[in-house]
Design a protein around this ligand. Structure first.
Ligand code: DGT
Ligand code: MG
Length: 369
């Protein structure tokens, strides 16, 4: 098996969508370190460096065995000099000095804290940091102007910081299924994101909603969200209307599905059992705040939306990069577009999309790139 493993190291496919990446892998100590370096690079505004670390980490996640020596790492695709230094230090000393220094730096810790607030991206966090914000209470003390989303994120910070368990995700699923069913029966509601990839916990719960009759989807999100709000199930919600996406352009990030970004007041087990129906009284531990994304996709776009919202983020990025550079096709959550022939290519399943791209099918549990 040793020589087989060695072979595997030198033949790792260059795109993450050409590989199987399980959730639990053999090199997490190294990938954790590389991901911290990637995060720090993105905090410093260097997306290129951030992406380089993400690529290297993703390669290591796909390996069938634990790296034993730096020699093995030298054969790996995307593992340049900087990554090799990190790998060598971890293999020899168990830690990487650069990563330890970063983790303990005030700026890194502060950016990590601020970007973990719902509605706060790297740019905002950096601005606040430069304005002198070091802890959450500084935001009020320094009279920092907040959006409604950020206010909700700070108000429920402690709850939202606590990972959502699979059990909680399933309880959210039954709540929204009940709510949506009131308005349109026969919807297809799929839990996407990390939970579809087999994660046991997540930072939010993502759902994709569709129906064979496109008319049935009109106004559905608004009606059901308003109803859930009236039942005291929502602490915050903001709906982004459907926007027209130009599939012919290489639009990698801008997807235009109607989406509701919400914070749910998820009733705890006991209050569900009590069936009081009144979740509005926030008595001690009657509910806890959970971030939920609801995405509505027209039926013909559903396979593309499912593929696009299952992740991981790096897997998605790589799928799009592969499509564009290797197949001259533009892929997003709405469809696949043949740029030369100026036409979109329909698909009825995720499996079919992989076939169209000339890729071997990667099931969701192996998309943890
Ligand atoms: P986590 O942190 O446990 O929730 O992990 P994930 O993998 O569920 O990450 P999340 O919830 O941020 O996003 C789920 C997937 O959906 C992600 O892999 C890529 C995709 N996604 C996230 N935001 C957008 C978006 O604005 N547009 C599109 N098309 N996809 C998105
Ligand atoms: Mg998620």
């Amino acid at each position: 098996p040793v020589s087989k493993d060695k072979d595997a190291l030198s033949t790792v496919a260059p795109y993450a969508c050409q590989r199987q990446t399980p959730l639990i892998h053999h090199n997490s100590k190294i990938t954790d370190a590389l991901e911290i370096l990637g995060k720090a690079a993105s905090f410093q505004g260097s997306e290129v460096r951030s992406l380089a670390f993400a690529r290297a980490a993703s390669v290591l996640k796909s390996l069938p065995c634990k790296l034993q020596s730096i020699e093995e790492a030298k054969n790996l695709v995307w593992c340049g000099g900087h990554c090799q230094t990190v790998i060598q230090e971890i293999l020899e000393d168990g830690v990487c000095h650069e990563v330890e220094v970063l983790k303990n730096s005030e700026q890194y810790q502060c950016m990590e804290l601020l970007t973990s607030i719902f509605g706060v991206g790297v740019r905002t966090a950096e601005r606040w940091y430069n304005d002198g914000v070091r802890k959450l209470s500084d935001l009020a003390d320094l009279h920092i102007k907040l959006t409604a989303e950020q206010k909700a994120g700070i108000e429920h910070y402690t709850d939202l910081k606590q990972p959502v368990t699979r059990d909680e995700a399933e309880r959210v699923e039954s709540l929204i299924t009940r709510a949506l069913d009131r308005f349109v029966p026969g919807l297809r509601i799929t839990m996407t994101g990390g939970f579809r990839r087999g994660k046991q916990q997540g930072h939010d719960v993502d759902f994709l909603i569709t129906h064979p009759d496109e008319e049935a989807l009109n106004g559905l999100l608004e009606k059901s969200v308003n109803w859930m709000d009236s039942q005291g199930l929502l602490l915050y919600h903001h709906t982004k209307a459907r926007s027209h996406v130009q599939t012919r352009r290489r639009s990698t990030h801008m997807d235009g599905h109607e989406t509701c970004y919400a914070i749910f007041a998820l009733p705890n087990h006991d209050s569900l059992k009590a069936e009081s129906g009144d979740f509005t009284s926030s008595g001690a531990c009657r509910w806890r705040a959970v971030r939920v994304d609801l995405v509505v996709a027209p039926y013909e776009e559903y396979p593309y939306a499912l593929l696009g919202w299952t992740g991981s983020k790096h897997f998605e990025r790589e799928l799009r990069r592969f499509s564009w550079h290797e197949k001259n096709l533009s892929l997003n959550s709405h469809g696949l577009y043949n740029v030369e022939k100026e036409c979109s290519i329909p698909a009825t399943s995720e499996e079919e999309i992989f076939v169209l791209l000339g890729l071997q099918y990667v099931p969701p549990p192996y998309r943890n790139a």
